[in-house]
Design a protein around this ligand. Structure first.
Ligand code: FAD
Length: 426
């Protein structure tokens, strides 16, 4: 059920008007949203559902006009699936495929182990749409095809609002959730990762029946010269093949499906067995470059601005936990805003976004570090061959590695002690 809104929290009308002036003060007709979310991906969508379902006037601005493919392994770990269930998404009921086991294939050797918890494979094309649909149902306004260009004013401006310049005019808000994922947001601090030298590719494949039987319920990771990748089942009998290749090597290899698939097959004997006869489902790959692996936001949070998902931290892809981090941070930002509103009746606090960011940083630091160490191992294909011996001898070691790269997803709630100090606690 929706909560009633105080006058300060806005009218709840979704007919937002925009001011033509670019002073911080909105004109009389401008609507000031409690929260504007830039980016309608996983983190932004999850935050919107939590906020809007509790009566916070929420606007999502998403640059893409409709459903689109994103570069992602589409491996949703158990904690991520749990966070999605909380907002009404039952992935298994939607047709997601279970992933129970994992195989690591070095260039010449392989190992296999059971995952400590069952993960799910489901396409981002379908998942992100479902999340936006639920955000709208919860009462959020979703505007698609709107590119947010920059933040022109902050909470300290004369108007006391955050002002965004978008491809469709200005938008005013009391809080900003920055959820632009891999895209940098101009006028906000840019991200520097520890390794941004890879280009990510994604293709959905129809495998030959024998390969599909072999790959079912597994996540297969392949390590090869200049990169690594993963194959996992998704809905409708398809498989997602997502991989990274060093940018510098692409000039020689080429970037079309035939060139890349034959390069990978040549450098990883197991990959060749799956890729042989596989039918690509798109004409062109989904591609992304410059991913700042190992990034963890450090600089002081700006007043009223909450960075979520890949804008908060970027874990190396092989861990398959970026979506859980996105859902966890999206929920945490929303809960901090909701708890603060419930306590103080309005949405202003200079320290709230700093409290949120400090807690997220502390939570994610060990996970990002472990993920990055694994990424360094995956950069050495011969070492991965050796690692398969270790895993085959001590399969339980994978439980440890798996758990070290999972997000702590318990819902942090805002606590204010008698001295008025704020912190988030799990
Ligand atoms: C190669 C690769 C493989 C991966 N594999 C996995 C995996 O198997 N499992 C896993 O859990 N994670 C995986 N990840 C990580 C995961 O994809 C991300 O961590 C997750 O998508 C982050 O969610 P997000 O909401 O922060 O960003 P996104 O989901 O990327 O959403 C950002 C949204 O913002 C929009 N946007 C951007 N700029 C603007 C703007 N200026 N104005 C308006 N809208 C804007 C975009 O269109 C987009 O919809 C992988 C990542 C890569 C690169």
């Amino acid at each position: 059920m929706m909560e009633a809104k105080s006058p300060e929290q806005g009218t709840g009308s979704t007919k937002s008007r925009t001011s033509k002036k670019s002073s911080g003060a909105p004109d009389k007709k401008s609507f000031v949203h409690d929260v504007v979310i830039v980016g309608g991906g996983l983190a932004g969508g999850v935050a919107a559902i939590h906020l809007a379902s509790r009566g916070v006037s929420t606007l999502i601005l998403e640059k893409e006009k409709g459903p689109h493919h994103k570069v992602c392994g589409e491996f949703i770990s158990a904690e991520g699936a749990e966070l999605l269930k909380e907002i009404g998404i039952d992935l298994l009921a939607l047709g997601a495929e279970p992933v129970r086991r994992f195989r690591l294939h070095g260039p010449h050797k392989s190992c296999e182990a059971k995952l400590p918890t069952t993960a799910l494979g489901y396409s981002r094309l379908a998942l992100d749409e479902k999340i936006l649909e639920l955000a709208e149902k919860a009462g959020a306004e979703v505007r698609r095809g709107v590119v947010v260009k920059e933040k022109t004013e902050g909470l300290e401006s004369p108007g006391g609002h955050i002002v965004l310049a978008t491809s469709q005019g200005e938008v005013h808000a009391r809080r900003l959730i920055l959820a632009t994922g891999k895209s940098e947001f101009r006028s906000y601090q840019s991200r520097t990762g520890r390794d941004s030298s890879y280009v990510g590719f994604k293709m959905h494949l129809k495998l030959k029946p024998s390969a599909a039987r072999q790959a079912r319920e597994h996540c297969d990771l392949f390590v090869f010269d200049h990169g690594y990748g993963g194959l996992a089942p998704i809905e409708n009998g398809l498989f997602n093949f997502c991989f990274l290749i060093e940018k510098a090597a692409l000039k020689k290899i080429g970037t079309d499906w035939d060139a890349l698939a034959s390069f990978i097959a040549k450098h990883n004997w197991e990959a060749s067995r799956y890729l042989d006869g596989a039918i690509p489902q798109f004409k062109q790959f989904a591609v992304v470059s410059g991913i700042p692996y190992g990034f963890l936001r450090n600089e002081p949070a700006e007043n009223g601005v909450f960075c979520v998902g890949d804008q908060m931290a970027v874990i190396p892809s092989l861990t398959g936990d970026g979506m859980s981090i996105a859902a966890m941070t999206g929920r945490a930002a929303a809960m901090a805003i909701i708890d603060f509103r419930a306590r103080d009746g309005h949405l202003r606090s200079p320290t709230l976004s700093a409290v949120y960011q400090k807690e997220m940083r502390a939570r994610l630091k060990p996970q990002i570090e472990s993920g990055y160490q694994l990424h360094l191992l995956f950069k050495r294909p011969q070492l991965c061959d050796w690692a398969t011996y270790v895993v085959n001898a001590f399969p339980k070691i994978t439980d440890l590695l798996f758990l070290r790269t999972r997000a702590r997803t318990g819902a942090p709630r805002l606590k204010v002690d008698s001295a008025g100090a704020k912190r988030l606690e799990a």
